[in-house]
Write a protein that binds this ligand. Sequence first.
Ligand SMILES: Nc1ncnc2c1ncn2[C@@H]1O[C@H](COP(=O)(O)OP(=O)(O)OP(=O)(O)O)[C@@H](O)[C@H]1O
Ligand SMILES: [Mg+2]
Length: 332
Amino acid sequence: MPASIAPAAEIPTTKPHRVATSDTPIALSVTQLTRRHGETKAVDGLTFEIHEGEVFGLLGPNGAGKTTTISVLSTLLKPHGGEARIFGASIREDVAGVRAKIGLVPQNISLYPSLTAAENIRFFGRMYGVKPPLLDQRVDELLELVGLDKRRDDRVGVYSGGMKRRLNLAVSLVHQPRLLLLDEPTVGVDPHSREHIFDIIRNLKRGGTAILYTTHYMEEAENLCDRLAIMDEGQIAATGTLNELLATRGCAETILLRGAHPSQVKSRFATHPDVREIDSEGDTCRLLVSRASGLLGPLQDLTKNNPNVSIQITPMSLGDLFLHLTGKELRD
Ligand SMILES: Nc1ncnc2c1ncn2[C@@H]1O[C@H](COP(=O)(O)OP(=O)(O)OP(=O)(O)O)[C@@H](O)[C@H]1O
Ligand SMILES: [Mg+2]
């Protein structure tokens, strides 16, 4: 556990409190973006947009293409097709303009271990053209924001993983970017540091910053993101708020049947009007349904003949939806 974690301070900003709606200005627009690695289509025709004051989540498993997307948007990699604009600046034509507007928190920690926390922020601040006395002010503000003010003069090499992650975030904010790109920023951090990072993100959002947040944690996507894109094999399978995503598939609940023969379950339920999908693994069947109450009769019949069958009915989760859309489990 890191030595000192102060509560997240408010980001000093003159911007008003705002809630993202489709009426707020577009921070990032991505159109048919493509990037290959050799034969692999790592990013395969992505289209989405993010508004000011919005946290947009890219949720996908290992290899989905999240980091490649972030690398192309931050101009570290060139796109092979399509376009993205950050507050109007094209990633193809205006690399300097894009870089001035974005903050990047890379998946792999990118800090100088032999420098102190304050020196790291100062170094990156100078790279972004932030000059004293504003630079001194930003160093102090950011160290307080991420709860590292008491450790400001310690070399980063001796920091814990969570402390490094928080400093990585501080560094990305030194030039007050209007769009923040966060690539799995909580991997390997303790729950306390994770909550601290979430608080900072929520405060940034309230100040109007647009945030692209990649993760493979469903819980983070559910709790933090205003809208989500479900990503797999370089493509977006669905986009929307959590409620929109769950509702548009017509699936409201999941019924888990343990101990029943899958072929028997399929023959009984596959044609039922409330059943959207059935899949099975071993002797466990999962039914995605629009209304579990519509199946109570047939379920009762099933258990009457098979007393060992157990039934569990739960509201549809993001994990169920992910499986439904991609055929894959997304494990936390
Ligand atoms: N430098 C590279 N050279 C070759 N292939 C690559 C390279 N970087 C990524 N890939 C491939 O591109 C695809 C997308 O990778 P990417 O790192 O963008 O996924 P990701 O969603 O960030 O995964 P993770 O959750 O593991 O970070 C994968 O198939 C990966 O193997
Ligand atoms: Mg990645």
